[in-house]
Each structure stands twice: as C-alpha cells, then as structure tokens.
Design a protein around this ligand. Structure first.
Ligand code: NAP
Length: 259
C-alpha cells in the first residue's frame, strides 16, 4: 500500500532509540524526509546514518533537550514547516505520590504534556495553511489502564490526551489530524532497564521477571519498535484523514476490555 506521503517532512521527537526511532524509520521508508531530535549527539547521528543508508531520504539531526524552550526552538528552526509531527519524550520516574512535591509534578507535566503541546503550537498553523498535517503523540497504555507506580505518567499523558481530544476536532476540517498511539510493553532500552530494575528490587533474575511480564501479554512477546513505527506511519498517511482524536492501543492484547 502506498501511504502517499513520499517527499513530505517530519519532525520526530526523542528519535535516536526505541519507539521514536521506529517511527522515524517507518516514515523514512515511505520516502518522508525526517528531522530527528534527542539529547545525545553520538546516538542520534548513528541512527541518522542508519536511516540515510537504508532509505536514501534526507535526515537532519538536532541534539537538544526537548523539555527546554531553547531545545524546542532549535528543533523547530531545523524543521520549521513539518507535515508530520511525532511527539515523544523520555517518561517520568516511577514512585509513590506521597513522595512527589510540586516540582516533581511540574517536571513530569513539562516533559509529557506541555512540551508536546508547545510543539503542536509551533507547527499546527502551518499545517492548516498547507491543508495537510499529521500529529501523532506517543503516550502510553497507562492512559487507558493506569499503572499504580506510574502516577506521574498516568496524569501527565492523560492531560495531553484530553487537550488533544478537543483540539483535534477544531483542525480536522483542514486535513490536519491529531492522534495518540498507546504502547504496551515494547523491547526498548527504557523498558529493558525497567524490567532489570524490577528484577533487582524483587530479588529475582532478569529472565524470571521477563517471563512474568510476558505472561501479561496474550501475544506472548514484547512489541517490536518497528511495528510501532509502522502503525505511526499509517496514521500519518494520506489515507488517514478521517480519523482524529483517537487513541490507538498497541499492546499484544494486554488490555482486557471489549472496548
Ligand atoms: P528509549 O528506547 O529509551 O528511547 C528514548 C528516546 O528519547 C531516546 O532517543 C532518548 O535519547 C530520547 N530522549 C529522552 N529524553 C529526551 C529529552 N528530554 N529530549 C530529547 N530527547 C529525549 O525509550 P522508549 O521505550 O522508546 O520510550 C519512549 C516513550 O514511550 C517514553 O515516554 C516511555 O515512557 C513511553 N513508553 C514506552 C513503553 C515501552 O514499552 N517501551 C511503554 C509505554 C510508554 P537521549 O537520551 O539521547 O535524549
């Protein structure tokens, strides 16, 4: 299927590794020129080179912290008129809400709610004027099925989801869509690190802990960032103009509900 986005441009946030990289790769395979953002120049450049070699598209890199205003300004300066914006960032830490003060909450809201909203603000009017725009926020399955120890994530990402649910209906008539993709458990550095930390805390082996996590996934495996990226690319396709404000769960069947 030709997704009809060859030659378009995408700003892909937090894209040197994991889910962001999966999205950048899948878009590049469709002929989209991508601007990748992450903090660490070396990893970012290695990913950019990998994508250039595999796809031949133009790949720019911006090594900044997206949670800062300067970082976002630099990302937008490198890619001022994207047709596609993939919002992504590192996730907040786990813990008990009794230990979190205002500063901890503000940090989480800054990273996982306000940063994506600011990037939407910086790009959406151009998309409206050009009559094409696809915005995808990488959130979490925790938006649909809260995870007890991830209250900061549950709260910040649900705030972003609520805001976008309203905005999505105000811009879709201009062929600009805003959707969220909600990952369950994917094989990425962050997730493998969490499983390892969980194993240490419980005094169990990594293998045992991983096997326990896999039991919660009817598919019997972790997700692959590439398949996550392919869903993102479809949401960004020319054909994808009639769904907006939606939350696409991709979790191997972990969510137990009918809807
Ligand atoms: P990952 O593989 O560790 O990749 C994280 C990416 O984000 C890296 O490219 C990292 O590069 C970049 N990054 C982190 N903080 C940044 C910042 N402040 N500014 C710019 N770039 C930044 O992580 P992942 O598993 O793909 O996770 C991506 C998001 O999905 C996270 O918010 C995570 O909580 C969420 N999520 C993941 C899963 C899963 O199963 N993997 C499930 C639910 C939700 P640098 O460190 O060099 O900046």
């Amino acid at each position: 299927m030709d997704l009809g986005i060859k030659g378009r441009s995408a700003l892909v946030c937090a894209a040197s590794k994991g889910l962001g990289k999966g999205c950048a790769f899948a878009l590049a395979r469709e002929g989209v020129n991508v601007t990748l953002v992450a903090r660490t120049q070396s990893t970012l450049e290695a990913t950019a080179e990998e994508i250039r070699k595999a796809t031949g598209v133009q790949v720019k890199t911006v090594a900044v912290d997206l949670t800062t205003a300067e970082g976002r300004a630099a990302a937008l300066a490198a890619c001022p008129a994207p047709d596609i914006l993939v919002n992504n960032n590192g996730g907040p830490p786990a813990g008990d809400f009794r230990d979190w003060d205002r500063d901890v909450w503000i940090k989480a809201l800054d990273a996982n709610m306000i940063t994506p909203i600011e990037l939407i603000k910086g790009t959406i009017d151009g998309m409206i004027a050009r009559k094409f725009g696809r915005i995808v926020n990488i959130t979490s399955a925790a938006v649909k099925m809260p995870i007890n120890i991830l209250g900061l994530s549950n709260g910040a990402r649900t705030g972003l989801t609520g805001f976008c649910a309203g905005l999505a209906r105000q811009v879709v008539m201009h062929n600009v869509t805003i959707n969220n993709v909600l990952p369950g458990l994917f094989r990425t550095d962050t997730m493998m690190g969490r499983i390892e930390a969980g194993a240490k805390m419980a005094g169990k082996s990594y293998e045992e802990t991983l096997a326990e996590r896999l039991k919660t996934i009817p598919a019997g495996r972790l997700g692959d960032p590439q398949e996550f990226g392919q869903l993102c690319a479809y949401i960004c396709s020319a054909q994808g103009s009639f769904f907006t404000g939606q939350n696409f769960l991709i979790d191997g069947g972990s969510y137990p509900g009918t809807f």
